[in-house]
Design a protein. Structure first.
Length: 71
């Protein structure tokens, strides 16, 4: 059985597989970003262990999340 994470990777793979090539790295990043925005509209499940993940990110990126998240 596929997990939500597997489906996410498959969605991005599907985006890039049909393209012959990219003019530059920025073109690829734009395509992946647009694909992630579209895929995120379909997400219905909350992220598992989000509080733990958020606290680890705040430690790793000390001070950079303060303006965006109340910890």
């Amino acid at each position: 059985p596929q997990t939500d994470e597997d489906q996410g990777w498959l969605c991005l793979r599907k985006l890039t597989k049909t393209k012959g090539g990219f003019a530059n790295e920025n073109a690829l990043l734009k395509l992946l970003y647009a694909g992630m925005l579209k895929a995120s509209e379909k997400w219905t499940h909350p992220v598992q262990n989000w509080n733990l993940t958020l606290s680890q990110l705040s430690i790793h990126f000390e001070g950079r999340l303060d303006d965006y998240v109340d910890l």
